[in-house]
Design a protein around this ligand. Structure first.
Ligand code: BGC
Length: 719
């Protein structure tokens, strides 16, 4: 009897305990967990979650056992640990990691399957390091070759960018680690990045700068998004009503977290009301931060609606339940052979063969004296670049990898020396140093059978680096004159460039071969050496055009207001994107300005032939079936690209726009049919008059080819 009474008493307690545990129950629907946790929190606890508590953490709810969020850069590896309150590395021994290829490289593979694997591998490394959110991928469009952060982004075309970002996000999040797409939006340069106020038409916003973000959210399902530092139509992007409330939340139904760029929140009222959830990059005492005590007090005094914090906390809890409290996270792994192999594969598939008169591939078994010239053959390039810099466990340099293949007798000389420098100093290195290195390289080149030049940019300030754009389109440190001089004394020169952005090549006609490599991280050396030696057949395609001159680029052709912007009497900076929707190849092709190397371009050691395509209608959509044959002697991959041209339209449209692509692997003599799919949406433009996408009836051409300018077939359709 007594036992029965106790038992009966325990039943309601059990039910209560079960109810109490909803937010802890990993099998319960996330929205129930969110509401349950929210209902248990005090106002102070809620506000506590909305700002940083160290340089890279924001608060959980300790009383409820909800863990803090660990944020980490991003985007191509897990960054080393910092001291809690200073931007100073912690000098730990357990944070050496894999440097994955930078995102320009990933984009240059044009291979979404590799992007998924990339995301998964990165997710494993993030798990091992206990991270909740990886700050990437970067989805800003390459508007100018000079943007210091082009290397962290995925090129000049919104469709390519989205197609590569979606699988990256899905792969990463499949591990229970959130992707944080950044920097939303119109953050397309580093000069004056903290305050520049960007004006851009609705059309350019929706056709060029937003689509990759939209698809990353809608199709990739990104759980976090970072607002940019810049201003957009007067308001800082990290608490911008148009971008975050009207577009992101209302139009795209985004239910993830919005985090400010580090130090990118400036105003409590705007941060509270305009869709920012977490303010990061702040300093101690953290309770003084914009979304800390000032926010709490404004809510208490009724100046700010106190329900705003519930919306923020819902988003933050949802993120935590999707990640660290999902019950689905493994332990992860770092620097595994599989991760290194993946880096090598992505590296090899990303390298773009720009020019080849037959000197490449350089057969390994032939006896010849090889000279390697150039600092980038040995520089640890992962260590620089700004927030994406990485502390790598291993980095296999191009020089070592070349010696592995061609023997220790390969000789090396740097040929030039980079140095710290300030704006507008052509070469900060003492002239006599530059001259003597230059002389030595030229003398050695006379004695060599082949010269492999490995130079380019180097991720130091003004050279593919956060916070500063490059100030010149040319390679610096005397590299142009060095390449010229080397080519004068030795015509067998292969230029193997490493950079994350286009640059001028005044020596292009004098050199027989050029390969474009990117910051390939840990496996940069093996990937480059494999391509040089022919162990790998290059199949990378440019994710952005290389204009001949910087003045040819749309952003630069239209005056200072367009790039880099102008300073007003109060020292504030303003900019108008006068190039509008004509970015990258859209500009070059419409204005008929030939680029040095066009978007989508890249050669191979084999040859391909595209047969006559056939068009079929499937419901609303079309498919274009293109037979592609490998007509050469080696295995290889080719990327078929489909561009759309609107023959006549009410609003001006670019000469062509990429709408589909597919990469195919073919053995010599083999033919495969590549299917490219097109939907009516692919024919639309954004009409600012109706604030929507419009399909205007008329004639369209489908252009099929292997680069934006190498179009082999045209198909006419009419709507
Ligand atoms: C960068 C972000 C980065 C953040 C955290 C900022 O300066 O713009 O891309 O994620 O720092 O390091």
């Amino acid at each position: 009897m007594r036992f029965a009474a106790i038992f009966l008493l325990l039943i309601p307690l059990r039910i209560l305990a079960q109810e109490e545990a909803i937010y802890l129950n990993v099998d319960a629907p996330i929205e129930l967990r969110v509401e349950d946790a929210l209902s248990r929190m005090t106002l102070e606890e809620k506000v506590d979650m909305c700002h940083g508590h160290s340089k890279f953490t924001s608060a959980g709810v300790p009383r409820l056992g909800i863990p803090q969020i660990w944020w980490s850069d991003g985007p191509h590896g897990v960054r080393a640990e910092f001291l809690a309150d200073k931007y100073v590395y912690d000098d730990r021994l357990d944070d050496f990691i894999t440097a994955f290829p930078a995102l320009t490289a990933l984009a240059a593979t044009w291979n979404p399957e590799l992007a998924y694997e990339y995301g998964q591998a990165l997710g494993d490394e993030a798990l091992y390091r206990g991270k909740t959110v990886m700050l990437g991928p970067g989805l800003n469009i390459c508007r100018t070759p000079l943007n210091g952060r082009n290397f962290e982004y995925m090129g000049e075309d919104p469709m390519l960018c989205a197609e590569m970002a979606i699988p990256y996000i899905q792969g990463l999040q499949s591990k229970g680690v959130a992707a944080c797409v950044k920097h939303f939006a119109l953050n397309n340069q580093e000069n004056w990045r903290l305050d520049i106020d960007v004006q851009c038409s609705d059309r350019a916003l929706h056709e060029i700068y937003l689509p990759a973000f939209k698809r990353a959210v809608a199709e990739g399902g990104a759980w976090a998004l970072m607002g940019g530092y810049n201003r957009v139509r007067g308001e800082h992007a990290s608490h911008n009503k148009l971008l975050l409330c009207d577009i992101l939340r209302r139009q795209w139904n985004y239910d993830g977290v919005v985090v400010s760029d580090w130090g990118g929140a400036h105003d409590t009222f705007q941060a509270a009301n305009n869709g920012l959830d977490v303010e990061m990059g702040t300093s101690s005492p953290y309770n003084k931060n914009i979304l800390a005590d000032p926010y709490l007090e404004a809510m208490r005094s009724g100046l700010i609606d106190s329900t705003t914090v519930n919306e923020k906390v819902r988003n933050i809890l949802r993120l935590i339940f999707r990640t660290s409290m999902s019950g689905k996270r493994g332990f992860g792994a770092i620097c595994t052979p599989a991760h290194y192999e993946l880096c090598r594969q992505i590296g090899e598939e990303s390298i773009v063969l720009l020019k080849n008169n037959g000197i490449l591939p350089l057969e390994p078994n032939q006896k010849r004296r090889i000279l390697v010239v150039g600092e980038n053959a040995t520089l640890p390039l992962n260590l620089a670049g700004g927030s994406s810099e990485l502390k790598v466990k291993d980095m296999y340099s191009p020089l070592d990898a070349i010696r592995n293949i061609y023997g220790e007798e390969v000789v090396y000389t740097p040929g030039y020396k980079s140095g710290p420098y300030t704006y507008n100093v052509e070469n900060p290195v003492p002239q006599e140093v530059t001259e003597s290195l230059h002389r030595e390289a030229v003398a050695m080149a006379r004695q060599a059978d082949v010269v492999i030049y490995i130079g380019g940019l180097n991720k130091n300030s003004y050279q593919d680096c956060e916070n500063r754009d490059r100030y010149t389109y040319n390679l610096i440190f005397g590299q142009d004159s060095l390449i010229n001089a080397l080519a004068d004394v030795n015509p067998n020169i292969i230029v193997a460039n490493i950079s994350g952005a286009p640059f001028a090549m005044p020596w292009i006609d004098k050199v027989p071969a050029v390969i474009q490599s990117w910051y390939l991280g840990t496996m940069i050396g093996p990937a480059m050496a494999d391509v040089i030696s022919g162990r790998a057949n290059p199949s990378g395609k440019l994710p952005f055009s290389f204009p001949k001159r910087i003045e040819d680029c749309g952003a630069h052709a239209l005056g200072q207001l367009s790039y880099p912007g102008v300073e007003d009497a109060d020292g504030r900076h303003h900019q108008e994107y006068l190039d509008d929707i004509m970015v990258g190849y859209r500009w070059y092709d419409t204005k008929k300005i030939p680029a040095l190397f066009p978007f989508g371009y890249g050669l191979s050691y084999t040859t391909f032939k595209c047969g006559k395509p056939t068009l079929e209608k499937h419901g609303q959509n079309w498919t274009v079936d293109v037979p592609v044959t490998n007509t050469g002697k080696t295995d290889g991959k080719e990327t078929l690209q489909l561009y759309v041209c609107d023959v006549k339209s009410r609003l001006p449209r670019p000469a062509k726009e990429l709408k589909a692509f597919s990469k195919v692997y073919l053995k010599p003599g083999e033919t495969k049919n590549v299917i490219l799919t097109l939907s009516p949406d692919d024919l639309k433009y954004y009409d600012p008059e109706v604030s929507d996408w419009v399909l205007e009836p008329g004639k369209f051409q489908l252009l099929i080819g292997t680069s934006s300018t190498n179009i082999s077939h045209k198909i006419n359709i009419e709507i």
